[in-house]
Design a protein around this ligand. Structure first.
Ligand SMILES: Cc1ncc(C[n+]2csc(CCOP(=O)(O)OP(=O)(O)O)c2C)c(N)n1
Ligand code: SF4
Ligand SMILES: [Mg+2]
Length: 279
């Protein structure tokens, strides 16, 4: 029998890849939301190109299989076309923090009501494991046999300082927690960024199995200073630091982009996209 929100396409991820768990977390979230009245047709997605991008093939909602690095502009395009859609973006760490970085730093400022989900496996996995901006210093891969010579960036700190109004991190292997965070992210009325730490069992094995380093916190931080401090506990280069999981920041006082633009506000009020707009 067909499972809700799942296509019947054959799954080609490596057997045991935590992407399977991310897919289950997303399905669980969408099933919860559909019980609360959101219909399948109300969701739309954009994906990048990479192992994460295959979410497009396996998740049964409409969308655009985008270009590598262009998940955010594709999501914005969908949102501007019909602000009533619940827009989800599935992106990779290479996709978001390398080629797509210019979009990432502006997304928080724009604050459109969209949810960006980054599958961070600290590698360009689909292209056989080259180093990304979040790979740890010293990571040996085929393109850098002597190890990555540069430091990693911390996307949580970057999102916080780029004014994202919802910033969270979770563990791909914890389906219940990831699904809980995703539901809150989708319900947040503004730009939500969810970084999912994901093992890649074929490349960058050094960063796998970090569950013992991870701990969950329950309440969003009360201010940016506290959120930055928490994000600083682990700098992505460090094999030892404590990895905090939860909602680092949620600002509910901001107005989303769609509500700042009169034409889009009208579409929201009428619950239609541009094709249903009567002048
Ligand atoms: C515009 C463009 N640049 C580069 C590529 C090559 N490319 C395809 S997948 C990929 C790696 C993706 O890595 P990441 O975004 O981390 O996703 P993962 O495979 O790890 O899920 C790259 C570099 C491409 N297809 N298109
Ligand atoms: S290469 Fe890594 S991320 Fe890609 S499917 Fe295999 S285990 Fe998963
Ligand atoms: Mg990756």
């Amino acid at each position: 029998m067909k499972k809700p929100f799942k296509t019947e396409a054959e799954i080609t991820w490596c057997p045991g890849c935590p992407n399977f768990m991310i897919l289950e977390s997303v399905r669980k979230t969408l099933m919860n939301l559909s019980e609360q009245g959101v219909q399948q047709k109300d969701f739309a997605m954009a994906t990048g190109i990479g192992c994460h991008g295959k979410m497009f093939d396996y998740l049964d909602i409409s969308g655009i299989y985008g270009l590598h690095g262009r998940v955010i502009p594709t999501m914005l395009g969908i949102k501007l076309g019909n602000p009533n859609l619940t827009v989800l973006g599935f992106a990779g760490d290479g996709d978001t923090y390398a080629e797509g970085m210019g979009h990432f730093v502006h997304a928080g400022r724009y604050n459109a009501n969209i949810t960006l989900i980054v599958h961070d496996n600290q590698a360009f996995a689909l292209t056989t494991g080259q180093a990304t901006p979040t790979s740890q210093k010293g990571y040996k891969n085929k393109a850098m046999p002597f190890g990555k010579p540069t430091l990693a960036l911390n996307p949580i700190k970057l999102a916080l300082t780029s004014r994202a109004s919802f910033v969270a991190r979770c563990n791909a292997r914890d389906i219940a927690h990831t699904s809980e965070i995703l539901e809150k992210a989708i319900k947040h009325n503004g730009f939500s960024f969810v970084e999912i730490l994901q093992d890649c069992i074929s490349f960058n094995l050094e960063t796998n199995n970090r569950d013992k380093q991870m701990y969950k916190f329950s309440q969003p931080c009360k201010d940016q200073e506290q959120a930055l401090k928490l994000a600083d506990e682990w700098d992505y280069d460090d094999g030892k630091g404590k990895i905090a999981l939860g909602i680092f920041w949620q600002d509910t006082t901001r107005t989303p982009l769609e509500e700042e633009l009169p034409q889009l506000k009208e579409l929201l009020k009428k619950k239609v996209g541009w094709t249903g707009f009567k002048r």
